[in-house]
Write a protein that binds this ligand. Structure first.
Ligand code: Q9C
Ligand code: ZN
Length: 317
């Protein structure tokens, strides 16, 4: 069963001219989801959001973000993180959607949730905005499943073309939350070497599979079969969080990979089968990147259909 979680406030984070992380990305995905007849839940603010964000991020960072937004500053921490009137609310709305998605998935078996939300989250550090990201949405979902819903081990798998430095760093000393990523390397943000395997008690619970520019469906399939799925299976999570970025697509304006639409469906199928066998079919997918406005809706919907076993397309009328 698939359920999509979104929030109209996510559209209010405006993109300056030439900024690829635009409201149109999400609007296109939501239109495609409606076209396929999939229901979209908009539950609004999550009662535990403030506490969840301030336990994962530095509360001083949250205050700094709020003050910068209120003052009307043009950006937060980096040129990749422009602020507009709706940015603060959008960042909370994305966190809210991720938390609601996690709550719903924890409520039964064979549930696939998709947080159709922006801004994305996997580059956001403990106290720094980075790479279009403000709050770690996927990390929030993982921590919610771990702490509030009692799953002893939760895995995050990240297939965005960029390495999720934020998610990795938030959990790198944790043995109870696995972070696994497949990404273009060397590339932005510079982290994600195979030698980064976690620290202290978390050693071994970080799995990086860097791939060279130009990798296509075959290279990704090998990475799944030989590295990612065995690591996830060995960890044995009670629930799976997927950082779903679609910027490894062959003509993405930011990425340099050659993945096709069929590639994203193939991973969806593999991850869905894995979840059915290992973690009661509990999957929380969170939107990260993906910047080709024409391709993105079909890539995301195709992946979700395969991941959840939802009908691939609505019947023609
Ligand atoms: N400042 C996501 O896909 N490019 N973020 C920076 C040099 C930043 C991508 C170029 C790309 C961030 C969620
Ligand atoms: Zn990305």
């Amino acid at each position: 069963m698939l359920r999509v979680f979104s929030d109209a406030r996510c559209l209010g984070h405006a993109a300056p001219r030439g900024y690829p992380e635009s409201p149109a990305r999400l609007a296109g995905i939501l239109a495609e989801i409606r076209r396929r007849g999939w229901e979209i839940a908009e539950p609004g603010p999550h009662p535990a959001a403030r506490a969840a964000v301030e336990s994962l991020h530095d509360p001083d960072y949250v205050r700094r973000f709020e003050e910068a937004a209120r003052r009307g500053d043009g950006l937060l921490d980096s040129a990749d993180n422009p602020l507009s009137r709706g940015t603060w609310d959008a960042a909370w709305a994305a966190a809210d959607a991720a938390l609601h998605a996690a709550d719903w998935v924890a409520g039964g078996e064979n549930r696939t949730a998709f947080a159709a939300a922006r801004p994305p989250g996997h580059h956001a550090e403990h106290a720094t905005a980075m790479g279009f990201c403000f709050f770690g949405n996927a990390a929030l979902a993982a921590e919610r499943l771990r702490r509030e819903h009692g799953f002893e081990r939760v895995a995050v798998f990240d297939f965005d073309v960029h390495h999720g430095n934020g998610t990795q760093h938030l959990f790198e000393e944790r043995p109870d939350i696995l972070y696994a990523s497949v990404h273009q390397y060397p590339f932005y943000p510079g982290t994600g070497a195979a030698t980064e395997r976690g620290r202290g008690a978390g050693l071994g619970a970080t799995v990086n599979v860097p791939l060279p520019a130009g990798t296509g469906d075959d290279g990704y399939r090998l990475a799944f079969e030989e590295r990612i799925l065995p690591a996830l299976r060995e960890f044995g999570p009670g629930a799976l969080v997927v950082s779903a970025g679609f910027d490894a697509w062959q003509r993405d304006p930011l990425g340099g990979m050659r993945v096709t639409e069929e590639g994203f469906r193939d991973w969806g199928r593999r991850l869905g089968e894995f979840a059915g066998e290992v973690c009661g079919g509990r999957v929380v997918a969170i939107l990260e990147g993906g910047y080709d406005l024409r391709a993105l809706p079909g890539l995301a919907a195709g992946h979700l259909a395969a991941l959840s076993g939802a009908p691939a397309a609505s019947a023609p009328d």
